[in-house]
Ligand binder design. Structure first.
Ligand code: PLP
Length: 373
């Protein structure tokens, strides 16, 4: 990165990453078998509080494996957030199931559990719920889990953005039947690209692992008993993952400190709404995001993005409401998707890399204060 550019969320590769990767190169264990894969899986099982973890090539692959392991497919309806990254719903599409988009709530920007309850109580059909923990926060899981039990629904957590967050002291990713993490370059920790399935269910773990390795039966013979996938993370990437897990607590602490400083500054600026974090969530603040109300602030979120860009400070909007994407326009939608629209129109994620310096954060703050009414 050039000196004066302030990135949105760049990776921080420190500690033992170089040494562990070099070890893979020195020993030749560079592919999808090796000690680091096993170690990384053990570390992630611990981080999610689950009995099992299965490494995958991406968060999207991990989500796909979760749905495959749970045998969700054609004829099944899956409740998914309308406001999340597209990968959450694409995984549902991969297995031929039908998404039902759930509007977010202004209370926490996550899927509205009241909307899900009304839908199910009215006889709405579903096989599974796929809550996505967004921006380092988390879904209100207890009412969701109660509904899942009442209506016999499988819960698969998309925890791609949630690593390090807790819900009432419980670890994100390990509360449902299955969970998926991402280690993409911008995530809380990164392996360049990578993902992880977590679960407490031995059979589901076994099936996810089997499908991630081409569904090859054990032994020397090349015998296959299902349509499998080449979704196994490499040992080189896992080596990086192990080193990143060693500094996970530092990353979360830094993200929380960045959010605290931004929150203290923006709390009193008219037209800026902070991300609401209910008491039940200990937010990891992966991606620091605010809403900017043009009428009050005097500039739209896109104007601010452009103006900060000109100052070499990188920001990004939130996601297009998924029901508006052309391939999902005919899907069912429940709840007030006007909230999705507000989050999309007004949402702006600010520079929040683990590497962000105090001086860089100060420059971002001063720039935004300079635009304020
Ligand atoms: C909510 C969410 N789900 C899934 C993914 C997919 O992860 P990956 O990019 O590792 O495939 C991401 C991030 O990229 C995400 O933010």
């Amino acid at each position: 990165m050039s000196d004066d550019l302030i990135p949105l969320c760049e990776p921080s590769i420190t500690g033992n990453a170089g040494a562990y990767v070099q070890d893979c190169l020195d020993t030749g264990w560079v592919s999808s078998v090796g000690d680091y894969v096993n170690r990384f899986e053990d570390m992630m099982a611990q981080a999610a509080g689950t009995g099992y973890a299965i490494a995958a090539t991406s968060g999207t692959a991990a989500l796909h494996l979760c749905l495959l392991a749970a045998k969700i497919g054609p004829g099944d309806k899956v409740l998914v957030p309308d406001m999340t990254f597209i990968a959450t719903v694409n995984a549902v599409k991969y297995v031929g199931a039908e998404p039902v988009f759930v509007a977010p709530t202004t209370n926490d920007w996550h899927m509205d559990i009241g909307t899900i309850e009304a839908y199910l109580d009215d006889g709405g059909e579903a096989t599974a719920i796929l809550p996505a923990h967004l921006l380092g926060g988390c879904v209100d899981m207890d009412p969701l889990l109660r509904l899942a039990e009442k209506y016999d629904l499988i819960v698969i957590e998309d925890a791609a953005e949630g690593l390090g967050a807790t819900y009432k002291g419980r670890k994100v990713g390990g509360m449902g039947k299955l969970g998926a993490f991402s280690f993409n370059g911008n995530k809380m920790i990164t392996t360049g690209g990578g993902g992880m399935v977590v679960t407490n269910d031995e059979d589901l773990a076994e099936r996810a692992r089997h499908l991630s390795t081409q569904a090859k039966r054990p032994g020397a013979e090349y015998m296959f008993d299902d349509v499998g996938y080449n979704y196994r993370l490499t040992n080189v990437q896992a080596a990086m993952g192990c080193a990143q897990m060693e500094v996970l607590a530092d990353h979360v602490a830094k993200k929380r400190a960045i959010a605290k400083t931004y929150n203290q500054t923006f709390a009193d600026i008219p037209g800026i709404t902070l991300m609401p974090v209910p008491d039940h969530t200990d937010c990891a603040w992966w991606m620091y995001t605010v809403l900017i109300d043009e009428a009050e602030f005097g500039m739209s979120s896109r104007d601010v993005m452009q103006a900060l860009n000109e100052k070499r400070m990188i920001t990004r909007p939130l996601w297009q409401p998924l029901h508006e994407a052309p391939m999902y326009r005919s899907a069912s939608v429940i709840g007030d998707v006007g909230v999705s629209k507000i989050l999309y129109d007004q949402g702006l994620s600010l520079p929040c890399s683990v590497t962000l310096t105090d001086d860089q954060q100060h420059r971002v703050i001063m720039a935004i204060k300079g635009f304020a009414p």
